[in-house]
Structure formats: structure tokens, C-alpha cells
Design a binder for this molecule. Sequence first.
Ligand SMILES: [Zn+2]
Length: 409
Amino acid sequence: MNINSERLWNRIHKLSEIGKDENGGVTRLSFTETERKAKDLVVTFMKDAGLAVREDEIGNLIGRKEGAIFNSQVVMTGSHIDSVISGGNFDGPAGVLSAIEALQTMNEKGIVTESPLEVIVFTDEEGARFSTGMLGSLSAAGKLSKEELYSAKDKNGVTIAEAMKQAGLDPELAPNAKRNPEEIKAYVELHIEQGKVLENADASVGIVTGIVGVDWYRVTLKGEAGHAGTTPMGLRKDPLAAAARIISYGEEMARNEKSAVVTVGQIEVKPGGINIIPGEVAFSFDIRDINKENMNDIFEKLKAYIETTCEERGIELEIEQLHSLDPSPCSERIMKKMEESFTETEVQSIKLISGAGHDAMVMASITDMGMIFIRSKDGISHNPKEWSDQKDLAMGAEVLFTTLVKLAS
Ligand SMILES: [Zn+2]
């Protein structure tokens, strides 16, 4: 093995100390002091790896290793270090730290590639603070609207723009984080699988063939608040009872799908009293599939059902799309290099699709993209129990190392 498995494992544990919860997980939200501390630690790892470090206008952290040919396109690799609330220690850091490990190994072995290589740590992949997500990669791809910086708010009413200012960044300059696609040769990301496919196949590492698309919607239902004791059932306009039917319908529908999944993860009830018929309910829908047309079909069916349900109950309705990312196939060229790397490292590989969204899907809109998955214990993620074995992480990093050398040569 070329990479240093112990060093990589130690760095995972060092990073896990920042934003650590009592339950063993981490909470690292974007543009917070905790995130800053985590970035500062990663900067020390990058410098230790011999990389030139800079931070761009949206806060993406970039560590660069120069190539032998002047002006050659750059091969990028990375992930994120922000987390969901009470998230795990591997989602994001596994990719960032494996990428640093791969480049450090090249430097230590005196490997000079034709193309330069960059490790990129994307800002706010999870969207846990502002319900947005992929801020860093969207900026790099030139796809982040400045409006979003001023409209999306966290639960305390702080906009992304305000949070950026507090973190010492100028939101007006955010568009400058855009990268020129012509200067990028490829983007490769290692990530934990966050599912059970590899575990069930008894495989340490897998090649991702594509990433599902993700659509987020917010549904707001306005009825009429009233006294729970004095309002007869027939005279109610209860938006929560309507929401319950809609959520069940979404689940039923998705159960009959081949690969699509539908989830409601947020719900707010106003005014929220035990003896009050709710007046307003807002909830989310998360729709994912590898096929965009199918995602649209699901939404249309859902919308029709929501409209009928609300009409029957005299409830006002608003549906807003919060976020939309198309499914992204991985590059054939990169998958081939990965297969060669698997053969050379004698690691058995399987192919699988990614059910979770990643920065890689945004990068796929501007360059060739590839992903390597490593096995997740029990498929658990976004949870303090999230776990990947040292051996699996090392194998993934080794395949990443070999693939990057091939892509940059
Ligand atoms: Zn992630």
C-alpha cells in the first residue's frame, strides 16, 4: 500500500474532536466558529502534505500541488467538512482527508504529474443551517444565485450573507469563486456509501456509476385555527390532518417505485397547542431518483393529490421548490481509470449508484466526474453511529491515489 493508513486514520479522529457532541457525533454548521476551527485544522494537514493553501470567496478551502506542465488542466478531488446536526465523523471528512493523504503520498514518493492537483473542501455541502446545500460547489460551478445568499435564513433569521460577513467573507464577492470549466480536467470524490449495498456485497470499496437527482419542496397549508373542544369535526379546516394524508400518500406512492424515494423530514405546526386545531402547517418533500422524468412525474402526482385534498377541506395551499439538482452520470473515462486502479491494488470492486447528493453532482455540470464509495457499517449515516473501518478507508484512499495519478499523468 502506498498511502499511510495510520496517518489518515489519526486525522479522521483529530477532526472528529471539533464540534464533538456528547453522543460521539459532530455538529459543524457552515460559517460558524466550529467550522472555522475545523478548516484551520485541515489547513495544517494540507501544509503538512506540502500543498499551497488558499481560501476562495465562498470559503472553499483549496490545497494545490503543481504539475510539470505549465497551464495544464487541474485534476480536482475533495469533499466537505460541514455536518448535519449531530452527524457522524466520516461523511465528508473521509473524502477530504483521503484526498490530502493521496497528494501527500505523491509528494513523499516524489511523484510529479503533468497536471496540477487540487484538494478542495467545499463550503456547506449539507445545507443543515440554511436548508440549501452545496453552496461551495455551486459557487465553483458558477451556479449559485446571489439572491439565495440574501434570502435563505437559518432558524435564528440570519441570512447566508450575514453569516458570511460574520465569518469574514464578503457575499458580494461570492461569484468570484466560479472556476473556469476549461481549466478543470476532472473531479473525483471519495465518500462513505451511507447505505448497505457494499456491506451486503462484502466489498470494501465501490465505483459509483451515477448520482440520483434531488428535488426539495416546501408545502404550506393554511386552514383555520380553532378551539379543540368547541369546533365540531365537520366545521374544521385542519391543515395538519390534510398534511397527514398527503404524507401517507407520498410514502405509499414511493413504495411502488423501483429506485425513487420520497421523504418528509420537516414539519412545523402553528400555533402548536395541545388544545388548538392547527391554523397552518408547513412541511418538506425530498424526492430522489436516477431518472429526472420520473422525479417530475412523482411530483406532478403528489401535487395533484395535494390540490384535491386541500380543495376538499377548504385549505389554502402554497408549494415552493427550494432546491433542485438533476441526476448525474459518472464519467466513463474516470470509471475506467478506477477499474484499472482496482485491478492494480488488487481490491475487489463493485459498481453502485449513489442515493445521496454530493458536491460531485454539481461538479459534474462543469467537468468529468467520478466517485469512489467506501463501506458504511450498517449503512448508517447522518448519525453519531456512522462508521467506516480503517481498512476500508485505507483501501479507498489507495484507489483514489492511484486514480488521481493516472488522471493527472
Ligand atoms: Zn457528504
